[in-house]
Design a protein around this ligand. Structure first.
Ligand code: NAD
Length: 385
């Protein structure tokens, strides 16, 4: 089956590499010739490195590169069985692209969007056969991150969902099914990892390096929240937080922080600008963490309880199954274990009491425990994953 990819940026290029590695002929389209050239030269470098490290043979590298055609016209998509759109995050522009595609691709071609924050239903509404539209959400970098969220719109036909999932499974990805709601699974459930860590810092409970130390050393996360947001970029991370907040009709649970907004406004975008929560300029000295185990435990318990609360509430609202919720966080953002498994191991009662303490202390809706946790605690249940 031929695959069409619209947008040759970070995501489109990565997805094209994944599809061509799986043996498909890929048409990669962008409105900018420079984007196509850059994508092609970057892929060459990546493939050369993979050959050097003996991860793939020379022949395989040649076939991966040879499978991709860098095209300047959508008309080349005439035989595609699946098109994945990965252009800028703008609903009107995406809608126009889908409309154009409909007039070119075969009638049974699946039309997918890699959007992180827009509703799939709104994109699907732009075409006549909206039942063939679906969300297929990869993580960055697409060739390395195993997770892909499959998001049916209210309009998507059941057979399209099954077919799309089986294609992506055949690309050796881990697929999970998510409801078409803001942030899908990962970008919704992960919000407190950043938000609660920043809140703890703002309250003066601990400073940036101490919170990062605690989350890594005691929590087992690969990166601390501040290191990670500096790495992602505050412009990108703040916009996701703000979008999720707005899309949830301003639920205080997802409220963005002023600390991060100010960093963004100041141009302290993180690693890429040389300064974020940390200073990356040459010779800069950043403060050392306070390695107090008791304080570290308090920090981890508070952030993890909030993360578990999100996962439990997503299950409560049928956003995804328990299995998919745990897979999403381990395979999409490398959490040391699934959050529902974490709740079982820690004890539902302990999770609930940690949240209830926070709720009673702050009297803020942000800390309201999910009804699911309360019910499970009362019934002495654990999550079946
Ligand atoms: N970057 C991430 O971490 C990430 C992760 C998952 C999903 N996404 C989503 O993937 C999509 C792309 O993100 P990205 O980071 O690759 O962006 P990017 O800015 O790296 O690339 C976007 C590309 O789309 C091209 N483009 C813009 N308008 C176009 C049009 N009308 N037709 C064809 N090409 C057009 C641009 O020239 C550019 O090359 C967005 O919807 C984003 O929300 C991003």
């Amino acid at each position: 089956m031929d695959i069409g990819i619209v947008g040759a940026g970070a995501m489109g290029s990565g997805i094209a590499q994944v599809a061509s590695t799986a043996g498909h002929k890929v048409f990669l389209f962008d409105t900018r010739r420079e984007a196509l050239d850059l994508s092609e030269s970057k892929l060459k470098k990546v493939l050369a490195r993979l050959v050097e490290k003996e991860k793939i043979s020379e022949d395989k590298a040649t076939s991966i590169a040879g499978n991709i055609q860098y095209v300047e016209s959508l008309e080349t998509f005439g035989n595609c069985g699946l098109v994945i759109e990965a252009i800028i995050e703008n609903l009107d522009v995406k809608k126009q692209v889908f409309k154009n595609l409909e007039g070119i691709v075969p009638s049974d071609c699946i039309l997918a969007s890699n959007t992180s924050s827009l509703s799939i239903a709104s994109i699907a509404a732009s075409v006549e056969k909206s039942e063939r539209v679906i969300g297929i959400h990869f993580f960055n970098p697409a060739p390395l991150m195993p997770l892909v969220e499959i998001i049916p719109a209210v309009q998507s036909a059941e057979e399209i969902v099954l077919k799309a999932r089986s294609i992506i499974d055949s690309w050796k990805k881990v697929t999970v099914l998510a409801k078409d709601t803001p942030g899908f699974i990962v970008n919704r459930v992960a919000r407190p990892f950043y938000g609660e860590a920043i809140r703890i810092m703002e309250e003066g409970v601990a400073d940036v390096p101490t919170i990062d130390w605690a989350m890594k050393e005691i929590g087992g996360f690969r990166m601390g929240p501040f290191e990670l947001t500096d790495f992602i970029g505050h412009d990108v991370n703040f916009v996701v937080t703000e979008t999720v907040f707005k899309e949830f009709f301003y639920d205080p649970r997802y409220k963005p922080s002023f600390s991060q907004k100010r960093l963004m406004e100041a141009g302290r975008l993180g690693r890429k600008s040389g300064h974020g929560f940390y200073d990356y300029t040459e010779g800069a000295i950043n403060p050392e963490p306070v390695m107090d185990k008791e304080l570290g435990r308090q920090i981890v318990d508070r952030v993890v309880a909030m993360l578990i609360n999100e996962a439990a509430d997503a299950l409560f609202l049928n956003i995804a199954t328990a299995k998919d919720l745990d897979l999403a966080m381990t395979k999409g953002v490398n959490y040391p274990k699934g959050l529902l498994q974490w709740a079982n191991d820690w004890g539902i009662e302990n999770v609930y009491n940690t949240l209830k303490d926070l709720y009673d202390t702050y009297c803020e809706d942000r800390y309201r425990p999910s009804p699911m946790l309360k019910r499970m605690m009362r019934n002495g249940e654990t999550f079946s994953i």
